[in-house]
Structure formats: C-alpha cells, structure tokens
Ligand binder design. Structure first.
Ligand code: AAL
Length: 417
C-alpha cells in the first residue's frame, strides 16, 4: 500500500517537474518566456530568485535608471601645498561640505610634522605614528568646489589631559538651531599602540569661521568592555533626520590582525549629548569611513572597501535598516559630500552630486601622506547625467597588471606545474 502511494507520488512529482522545469524547452501558456523588452515593472510570471531581486531590491531593473546607482569621477583640487609630497604634510578625512556665507566650507585632518609617520614603536612627541597622529582640524573655503583657499586651524590639539591632546582627526560638521558643531576623533595616545583607539569629542561655534569652543569631554563614548565598539568610535557623521541628530560612526573590532569594520548609529536631540546608541547596532556591516545623506524619506550610504557589502550604495527607509540599493566601483574613500539638505530635517532628501574625498599613501609608503580630491557623481533626484550612469567603466590593461601576483603566489603556481 505504502509502496503504491510512494510510486504515485513520484510519478506526480515527475509530471510537475517536467511542466515547471527550466530545461523543458517547450513553453505552455502558463510558462511564458521572459520578454525581450525588459519590463519596467516586475512582470506577473514565475521569476528566478535573481530576477525577483532585480525588481524588489533596486529602484529600477537596470542601473542606468536606478537613482542610487552612479559612477564616480575624480578631479585634482587647486590651492593646497603638500611640501613637494615628501610626506610631512597630509590632508585627509574631509567633513561633508556645507555652503554658508556664499561659499563652500570643508574641514579635514591636517598633519604637518618633521617626518612622515614612523609607526607606534618609533613615534614620540613630534614624530607621528600614523598619518592622522599629531594632527589638527583645519578648514578651507571655495567658490566653485575646485579651487580652495586654506583658512588654517579650526580645532587645535587641546592641552593635556583633555580629550584629543595627542591628536584630533576625522571631523564632521553639524548645523543645529543656528550653531555649528564639529565632531572629531580625540586621541589620548598615539594611534597604533593597541589599535586605533579613541572616542569622539566636539567643539561648537556661532559661525563656520569660528572661534570654536571645545567642550573638552567625550560626546560619543566607546562601548562597554566586550562590546563591538569598546575601543574606537571613528568617523562621526551627523545628519538631521526625524527631528533629531542621527550621528553615524564606524568602529574597528575583532582580533588584532583580523579587523572588522562596521557602522553604528547614535541619536540625540542635543548636539552635545547624551547620544543613545541604536539597539540594533551595527546598522551597516561593511564600509570603512562614513558617507551618508538623506534620500527621499530615508538615508542612503556609500559603503566602501571593507566587508561583504563593500562597493555598494545602500538605503534605509528609516535610517536604521539598510539594504543594498546599487553595486558600483571606484567609490570615494572617506567621501564628504555636499548635501544641501543635510540639516533641514527633510522628508524628501534630494541626494548628492559631488564632494571631497581623499587618496591615501599618495606617492610611496616612505613618504606616506594623503591628499584631498573632488569626486562627482549622480546620486541626485535633481540631476540626470547619463555619463555618470554607465554601468561599466573601462580600465587600461596596466591597471589590471598593477594587481600582479606576489612572489609567494608565483612560487605556488610554478610548483603546482
Ligand atoms: C580613516 C578613518 C579614521 C581612522 C583613520 C583616520 O580613514 O576611518 O580616521 O581612525 O582612518
């Protein structure tokens, strides 16, 4: 009896399989071919998982129409002197760009030291360990975003033992109720001693030109012992969203030689805190620095370099639950975009078209320093630049050959043959 039942069941399964299978070759009226002209909307027919995702995860089924897809184009900036690129002057980790008093403003980490970085073992009170050690926050202004006038220091290193006495770096700007707030990494030891360990400190001013008053206290503290963000709060990045300050940050965690980088969120309605960290932190599982902007009713993020989801642009309709919205390449490192509506509490974020980012290790490691550059893109509801939406860019063969095999790999391959 049982065998008969199983025989019938098998027969039925075979019939169902033949009718539904990908490989039958014949199409019935229920089993149409996918149309030759790519449907704009998800067609009402059985779809593979990948095709289903192509309609549900992205704002359009091809990148050219996806508002959160863009390529990135880079331009050298005029107006910055780098001491012939000998490694003694570095500018890196730009803030987002804001427009005030008829000009653009950007803040950044500025290092001017007698030598390039020498590592944590060789550093001292004047010799830096890392490219962002013994640094200050400087700022520059520009009429067109291409030629900049350096204005000098905004945030100096405060006297010991105030937070940031060793180095202040990696700042970002907030405008809230008519005042300006700079958040930055405050180091009380040389970076690299244990890790890249620091909390976030802040200063405020009535004008983007300062003078800045340091609050001389930790504004975003490290997590409790054993928490993912116990040692570092990096890349503080405030936006105004849902009537509050949404400050995104990155932390380094995991074993020393196997670092993981993810991004968290801390929320407050007071710029100097207390900030409440989001219960489901980390909210972005990849990336290296933080670059986010209001987009439509939610928040979009550029996710670069590290993690499973690097090289993606993500979107969270609530600022917390991010999904991949586009996959791209050559993304800006430490991008600080110009975001016209960063602080307007918008419910219809317009997006971004340009910003400042950095290239690290600009010449060679012995002269290790970084430079600021401009990036352009089309991640805006108000721009339609098809040249930014090409879904592939052509790299010269030498770019690929630069990614050559190392000696160990060559040896392994030779030995295997
Ligand atoms: C960066 C940022 C932070 C880190 C270091 C300097 O690009 O993530 O600022 O501390 O590297």
């Amino acid at each position: 009896m049982k065998t008969k039942f199983f025989q019938n069941l098998m027969l039925l399964s075979i019939v169902v399989l033949v009718l539904n299978s990908c490989g039958t070759g014949t199409k019935t009226s229920q089993n149409k071919s996918f149309p030759f002209i790519l449907p704009k909307e998800k067609p009402d027919m059985p779809l593979s998982k990948a095709m289903e995702r192509n309609y549900t995860n992205y704002s359009a089924p091809k990148p050219q129409d996806n508002e959160l897809f863009s390529q990135f184009k880079y331009t050298k900036l005029e107006g910055f002197n780098y001491n012939n690129h000998n490694g003694t002057i570095s500018r890196r980790d730009p803030s987002k760009v804001i427009f005030e008093n008829g000009k653009y403003y950007v803040w950044y980490t500025y290092r001017n030291t007698p030598t390039p970085p020498q590592g944590a073992k060789k550093c001292n009170d004047t010799i830096p360990s890392a490219d962002w050690d013994l640094s200050e926050i400087w700022y520059a202004t520009s009429k067109d975003g291409l030629t900049w006038e350096e204005q000098g220091v905004a945030i100096p290193r405060p006297p010991k033992p105030n937070v940031g006495w060793r180095s202040v770096s990696t700042s970002d700007i907030l405008k809230w109720k008519g005042k300006y707030y700079l958040y930055y990494q405050g180091f009380n030891e040389a970076s690299g001693l244990r890790g890249d360990d620091c909390p976030v400190a802040a200063s405020y001013a009535d004008s983007p030109d300062g003078p800045w008053t340091a609050v001389n206290k930790v504004v975003i503290p490290n997590g409790e012992e054993g928490a993912w963000d116990q040692y570092s709060i990096h890349d503080p990045y405030p936006l105004v969203y849902k009537d509050k300050i949404y400050l995104y940050y990155k932390s380094d965690f995991n074993e020393k030689n196997d670092l993981i980088r993810m991004q968290g969120l801390a929320i407050s309605d007071n710029p100097l805190g207390p900030f409440k960290k989001c219960d489901v932190n980390p909210v972005i599982t990849s990336g290296h620095e933080t670059t986010l902007f209001p987009f439509k009713g939610g928040i979009a993020a550029l996710v670069i370099r590290d993690g499973n989801e690097h090289n993606t642009i993500q979107f969270a309709p609530d600022g917390i639950n991010f999904d991949i919205a586009a996959i791209t390449e050559l993304m800006p490192n430490a991008g600080g975009p110009f975001i016209a509506d960063a602080f307007t509490n918008t419910k219809d974020g317009r997006g971004i078209t340009w910003g400042i980012s950095h290239f690290t290790n600009y010449t060679k490691w012995e002269e290790n320093h970084s430079i600021l550059v401009r990036f352009d893109c089309d991640l805006s509801q108000d721009l339609n630049d098809p040249a930014m939406k090409n879904n592939h860019i052509y790299h010269r063969p030498e770019v690929y050959f630069k990614q050559g095999l190392n000696a160990t790999q060559l040896k392994r391959i030779k030995e295997a043959n």
